[in-house]
Design a protein. Structure first.
Length: 278
């Protein structure tokens, strides 16, 4: 019964975006939707890169107050996450368009996107606390940066290889299962709940990757781009889980090397003396 409802909600024929769940949109609609994703993601990247270039890479929160940090964090997450969550978002929003019109359709779409970003904003508060704590440690004990970096890479690697990562990744790689479940959500605030629900799984899938912003620097554009690519491939490539394992092992290797390689820790340098000066 629920599958019949989702079929009516999504489309007349059940087809495929890009992930493991098969094609959820006709080719022409999918192409138009991806163009819209690009039009949103590109400005987010431009804003993020422009701000990062003006700030450089420093330890901790780089002196930012929480409101400014969260504004930059949400912009970063929009740039990094939008392409990988687009198949589910596109299909759900298209379903909203079939059921609603005018301001109702706009309000429901904003509600869905707002729910997704709300979860990432909450995670941003945790990220701010972690960066403030590690930044303070580096300021007080410069050599501690090496061990903080090692621990961060270790935690990221273990998370990548752990069960929670794979549960969340499996959810993110199967768009049809999301839509089947979401069709059962009841009003009020159904679209907000869908956004929060999907956002929570997205955070669970990417939390380990976000940890490496501690050693690499929260405004490190190269790190942002690399992690965004990993997230995209993990969720949408047929062998994404294999990449998850490879990245997890790579983080464990970096955890071993980090205490002896200052160049691997640009986000923890501060006044940390070089190995040659010790």
């Amino acid at each position: 019964m629920r599958r019949n409802r989702i079929s009516a909600f999504v489309l007349a024929r059940p087809p495929a975006p890009t992930g493991a769940g098969g094609q959820l949109l006709p080719t022409r609609d999918l192409a138009a939707a991806w163009i819209l994703v690009v039009l949103i993601a590109v400005p987010a990247w431009v804003l993020t890169i422009g701000q990062a270039r003006g700030m450089g890479v420093e330890p901790g929160t780089m002196g930012m107050a929480l409101p400014l940090f969260l504004l930059l964090w949400v912009t970063m997450m929009s740039a990094m996450m939008l392409p990988s969550m687009a198949p589910v978002a596109i299909t759900w929003v298209r379903g909203i368009g079939r059921q609603s019109s005018g301001w109702t359709r706009t309000a429901r779409t904003v509600e869905f996107v707002g729910g997704y970003l709300l979860v990432w904003t909450a995670f941003g508060v945790l990220a701010y606390a972690a960066l403030a704590f590690t930044g303070g440690l580096v300021d007080d004990h410069p050599t501690a940066g090496r061990w903080i970096g090692s621990i961060a890479f270790l935690l990221a690697g273990l998370y990548q290889l752990g069960p929670l990562k794979h549960v969340c990744l499996r959810h993110c790689r199967d768009p049809l299962s999301h839509l089947v479940r979401y069709a059962g959500f009841r009003r009020p605030a159904r679209d907000l709940r869908v956004g929060v629900h999907h956002g929570a799984y997205c955070v669970g899938c990417c939390a380990g990757l976000m940890v490496v912003f501690v050693p690499l620097g929260v405004m490190n554009v190269a790190a942002m781009a690399g992690l965004a690519l990993v997230i995209f491939v993990e969720k949408l490539w047929s062998r994404g889980p294999l990449l998850t394992t490879v990245v997890g092992v790579a983080f464990l290797v970096l955890a071993v090397l980090a205490p002896f390689q200052d160049w691997m820790l640009p986000g923890l340098q501060g006044s940390m003396p070089s190995m040659g000066g010790m």
